[in-house]
Design a protein around this ligand. Structure first.
Ligand code: SF4
Length: 701
């Protein structure tokens, strides 16, 4: 049996995997014992990855196309599919301008794929209409890093988790969503009982089992909590005055604003004891190494950027950044959300963290690519694309490796938008995603192990993924599909010899920037397996584990910015007709919209169907009993699922998993029927964790 090393394609932890392949091509996987991230461990999803590769029964083998929405799609050749797509795109661009078309991609795309699609739309079509499902995931953290530290830069490394003596997990359930990272935290806690772990979450999650303190806050009150902790740290002298003086701006305004609210008032709003806030602040204040970890509970909010900043402020006022065992650390949901940002694959970004509204940055990229002048107008973000399709302003959309009919907020609105679109291209690996039903053209893509490329995990670690198996039928790597299409459009600069050549071009474009990887290439990555950026020319070892060790930040002043703002939440509040707050999220064994994990029977055993988690008192008030079917509804839509009555959820709050979509006849499993399209004004990330709903027992008519 031959053994090859690669990287897990699910979450942002980025575990190393050894793939064993027998002579018949059958594969098995195990954790890579030598990999610095997982040290041989794999979670349930990673352990079952080989099933998703070996079972090709649902794979798309050939391009398909239809000339008319009333006709079925038919198998066509690649030339037919791409010629027609190029003709439609060209006609729409000529008639309505370059902003008439858009690409909606995914944090699961490889860096090379992201690079070429971003180059195509921005550098050659002349529009910034590219966004990805990372907009639903990380954009609030990205905006907050830029505002606080000057650039989208995760300061630390996973190794810091074992060096910290206090870890504050806010709005995250890493035990289920970042399992291998959490196992490292659990091991660190077992080895060091003095390591204090604080979790804030409206639900009692699996992560709380390891915590010393669970702050079961009311949804949307994170900023109140973080400000209150900040106030206590100031009052008890746990801040770092010299760090604040020499390396930050904005402390005085921050001090003034956190002093406005008493701890009693904060406790009342958060619905937790004041003593618990003091206890958290004491744990943080006494720590010599303090880390904050967070994810969607902070990011997916209408005040997501402020929630992020209020947490990062706790690291800044205590000087807990740029040193071992310290720092703010956003946990990335997807395996390559960070790689996508490195190449500028969002509607407001340019490659290597250059920014769209900087004329010098646009010029640099324009000259490098040698295409059309770059537009300074920001492109449409994820939710804006579907609103624009609905309004008729956007005519065509190309969806790569994502399933917006399940993952976007207000999914019925997204569905109506795809019905209205003049032309929909879907580039996918399997026939499972619900979005395919609206495709005029389907392009079959190669899956994990069927293509080579790179990904960057949550700690800035770039990993190389090797091609190990052959794609079924005529499926092609995503980058090759985009390059073939670009050539059909008549654009030069897309005739790469291989994925290594695309990566080399990306690396050259990063030279001299803060994320410089100009010293990197496939040979180095194949030899070292993974390195952490930056990795400039002449870099040695394994890159840069920690940023800001000299306390010099990427802002204009070189100082980190402590931001101040009111502590309110701007979500649409509950009312007597919609009195409960719905929060949505992941479960342990499923990934996103289940297009891969949904076909692995072992992974269905944990939670086989969606359940509405509801507090016993809320259930009793509605005469709902265990295993009843509940109807959850609001102005956007409804969901009908079994209930799970549980005191693990706060009274007044209900939870639905986000994975399930439509079945043949029904969309009543889909949590996003109920979420709304409110977004954070800066990050444009949707408010997926806070929707007012009502619940009633469902009785069959
Ligand atoms: Fe894959 Fe994430 Fe599990 Fe690691 S923790 S095996 S990267 S899904």
């Amino acid at each position: 049996m031959a053994a090859y090393k690669t990287t897990c394609c699910y979450c942002g932890v980025g575990c190393g995997i050894v793939v064993h392949q027998d002579r018949q091509g059958k594969i098995q996987v195990e954790g890579d014992k030598d990999h610095p991230v997982n040290r041989g461990m794999l979670c349930s999803k990673g352990m079952n990855l080989h099933y998703t590769v070996m079972d090709t029964s649902d794979r798309l083998h050939y391009p398909e196309m239809r000339y008319n929405r009333h006709l079925p799609r038919q198998r066509v050749s690649w030339d037919q599919a791409l010629d027609r797509t190029a003709a439609v795109f060209t006609q729409l661009i000529q008639q309505y301008g370059p902003d008439a078309v858009a690409f909606y991609a995914s944090g699961q795309c490889l860096t090379e794929e992201y690079y070429v699609v971003n180059k195509l739309i921005k550098g050659f079509i002349g529009s910034n209409n590219i966004d990805t499902n990372s907009r639903l995931c990380m954009s609030s953290a990205v905006a907050a890093y830029k505002l606080a530290l000057g650039e989208d830069s995760v300061p630390g490394a996973y190794d810091d988790l074992e060096l910290a003596d206090c870890i504050f997990v806010a709005g995250a359930n890493p035990a289920w969503c970042h399992p291998i990272l959490w196992r490292r935290v659990e091991a660190a806690k077992a080895a060091n009982p003095d390591l204090k772990i604080i979790v804030s979450d409206p639900r009692v999650t699996q992560s709380c089992a390891t915590a010393d303190l669970h702050l079961q806050i009311h949804p949307g009150t994170d900023i109140v909590l973080h400000h209150a902790i900040g106030r206590i740290l100031i009052e008890q002298g746990h801040v770092d005055p010299s760090f604040i003086r020499d390396h930050t701006d904005g402390f005085q305004q921050y001090r003034d604003i956190v002093m406005e609210r008493s701890i009693a008032s904060a406790a009342d709003i958060c619905d937790i004891p004041a003593a618990a806030i003091y206890e958290a602040a004491t744990m943080i204040g006494n720590a010599s190494g303090f880390m904050t970890l967070w994810t969607m509970g902070l990011n997916q909010s209408v005040v997501g950027v402020r929630k992020n900043l209020s947490l990062i402020n706790l690291n800044l006022i205590t000087g807990q950044i740029g040193k071992p065992g310290a720092g703010p650390f956003s946990l990335t949901g997807q395996p390559n959300a960070m790689g996508g940002r490195e190449v500028g694959g969002l509607s407001n970004l340019l490659p290597a963290h250059r920014v769209l509204d900087n004329p010098a940055h646009r010029k640099e990229v324009e000259e490098f690519w040698g295409g059309v002048p770059l537009s300074e107008k920001p492109g449409l973000t994820a939710t804006e694309m579907f609103t624009a399709l609905n309004d008729g302003k956007l005519k065509a959309i190309w969806i790569m490796c994502t399933n917006p009919l399940v993952s976007l907020p207000d999914a019925r609105l997204a569905e109506a938008a795809l019905k209205k679109a003049k032309f929909v291209v879907v580039q996918e690996i399997s026939n499972r995603p619900e979005t395919l039903q609206y495709a005029d053209v389907i392009l079959p893509a190669a899956a994990w192990t069927e293509k080579e490329g790179t990904m960057t995990n949550a700690e800035r670690r770039i990993s190389y993924l090797q091609k190990l198996t052959t794609p079924p039928g005529e499926a092609l790597p995503d980058a090759e599909i985009i390059c073939r299409f670009a050539r059909k459009m008549g654009f030069h600069g897309f005739d790469y010899e291989n994925a290594a050549a695309i990566y080399a071009e990306h690396c050259r474009l990063t030279a001299g920037t803060n994320i410089d990887v100009s010293g990197l290439n496939y040979t180095t990555l194949q030899e070292k397996r993974s390195v952490q950026w930056p990795y400039p020319q002449g870099a040695k070892d394994y890159g840069t584990p920690r940023l800001f060790t000299d306390h010099s930040f990427y802002t204009k002043t070189g100082k980190a910015m402590i931001h101040s703002f009111p502590d309110g939440n701007n979500s649409t509040p509950p009312d007597p007709e919609l009195p409960l707050i719905l929060t949505t999220g992941r479960i342990r064994d499923q990934w996103h919209t289940m297009s891969k994990t949904g076909k692995v029977s072992k992974l269905k055993q944990h939670i086989p169907a969606p359940l509405l988690e509801i507090h016993p008192e809320d259930a009793a008030e509605r005469d709902i009993k265990a295993d009843d079917i509940a109807e959850v509804f609001n102005d956007n839509g409804n969901v009908r699922v079994k209930v799970q009555i549980s005191s693990n959820i706060k009274k007044g709050v209900v939870f639905l998993p986000m994975h399930w979509g439509k079945t043949l006849n029904s969309d009543l499993n889909r949590a996003n029927n109920l979420t709304h399209t409110l977004v954070d004004p800066i990050s444009k990330q949707p408010d997926l964790k806070y929707s007012a709903v009502q619940v009633q027992r469902y009785q069959k008519p």
